[in-house]
Design a protein around this ligand. Structure first.
Ligand code: DIG
Ligand code: MN
Ligand code: MN
Length: 389
């Protein structure tokens, strides 16, 4: 298998990914980032499905209406010429100094209102370009000095903002799906709603929870020391996996946004196996960027690597699920139990079941004695992933 990306793979990249000039907090740009049109051209050649953008990735902050029209027209032509789409859009509510103390959660109602205006305009732009998923990443929605902002009030303001924008989307007749992206910190000392799990709890408090899901990111859950595969599994269970940000990350580091699979290939493997086995039909979005050490040619290799790694892990998942050693162990692990327990657990509680269970006698020693060959299973997994099984 050549691991060549196809449009049907739904691979997408944000304009800020290949557009990244290699700047970091300790150094100026090292390369000329790819422009939106260049990205559309290059990713079109590589087999990607589309590109995503923050409003200001495409239209610089403060552009006139005429400048926006020109930029959008040029971008639409590039999309059409290269067979590319725009499945997702989002708003930059973190770059401009006006948002230095938050956007939706700012203590200044003028800033909160300005943020809503910026999102509304960006939703219009995104919808016009074809986006049907709208991501919200609250990079500045946090604090370094908790004395300055009541956290309950801050979360209530997040809810007010999301409810307002759900109403706006409905009033415009947009069939947007909103996807909330969590991150525990950076650029703020602490960011509100720091994990995908926190976002799922927050969604339940919204006026239109059916419109809102999550956009988990590998690096962000990993920064928290969490198992990304587990975080996405909870989103799948809740029917709320509306989008996913794929990249790589080492635990205990700043947000590295590395090439997908660059670190923790095993967790990436179980993530890909989950997405494929549960039939995830959303965009596989690489929210990542090449290393500062990369030149433009290596940035292309970065983009190719993200997609190629996903396809390699997709094939490894098929190999894993067909492997006789794996299947034998999983059968042993999952067919334990007995008919009485199965019947009891199927269909939930009844008074009769409760009474029967309370009086049942268990052979706890027998239950305890069951073998769990996880060492053998994990070694087999390692060997499949490293091509020696
Ligand atoms: C950071 O991980 C955020 C921003 O790049 C953007 O708002 C979002 C898009 O997926 N991810
Ligand atoms: Mn990130
Ligand atoms: Mn992201």
């Amino acid at each position: 298998m050549a691991y060549e990306p196809q449009k049907s793979d739904n691979f997408t990249f944000g304009l800020w990914t290949m557009g990244n000039p290699g700047r970091d907090p300790f150094g100026e740009p090292v390369r000329k980032g790819f422009t939106p049109v260049e990205m559309v051209q290059e990713l079109g050649k590589l087999g990607a499905y589309g590109v995503n953008f923050h409003d200001n990735d495409l239209v610089p902050f403060g552009s006139s209406a005429a400048e926006q029209d020109r930029i959008v027209a040029e971008f639409k032509t590039a999309l059409s010429d290269n067979g590319m789409t725009v499945p997702m859009a989002t708003t930059n509510l973190f770059g401009h100094p006006v948002f230095k103390d938050g956007a939706f959660t700012s203590n200044d109602s003028r800033v909160r209102a300005f943020a809503l205006q910026k999102v509304m305009r960006s939703m219009d732009l995104g919808y016009d370009l074809g986006a049907r998923v709208y991501v919200f990443w609250g990079g500045r929605e946090g604090a370094e000095v908790d004395a300055g902002k009541d956290a309950v009030t801050a979360i209530a303001r997040m809810r007010d903002g999301m409810n307002f924008l759900c109403e706006y989307s409905k009033s415009q007749g947009y069939d947007y799906k909103f996807a909330l992206e969590a991150k525990p910190n950076e650029p703020r000392g602490d960011i509100y709603l720091p994990t995908t799990g926190a976002m799922l709890g927050f969604i339940a408090t919204l006026a239109y929870p059916e419109m809102v899901g999550v956009n988990p990111e590998v690096a962000h859950e990993t920064i928290s020391g969490l198992n990304f595969y587990h975080a996405v599994a909870q989103a799948v269970d809740a029917g709320k996996l509306f989008h996913v940000d794929l990249n790589g990350q080492k635990v205990g580091r700043f947000d590295q946004d590395l090439r997908f699979g660059q670190e923790d290939a095993k967790n990436a493997f179980f993530l890909v196996r989950l997405l494929e086995s549960y039939g995830f039909t959303g965009m596989k979005h690489f929210d990542a960027h090449a290393l500062r050490t990369s030149d433009r040619a290596d940035v292309i290799e970065f983009a190719k690597g993200c997609m190629r790694t996903y396809l390699i892990l997709k094939e490894k998942a098929k190999q894993f699920d067909a492997d006789p050693v794996v299947q034998e162990i999983l059968a042993h692990l999952n067919t334990s139990g007995d008919a009485e327990s199965d019947t009891l657990l199927d269909g939930g509680f009844t008074k009769e079941k409760g009474d029967a269970l309370k009086s049942r006698v268990f052979d706890v020693d027998a239950l305890t004695a069951k073998s769990l060959p996880y060492e053998k299973l994990d070694q087999r997994t390692f060997e499949i992933l490293h091509g020696v099984a």
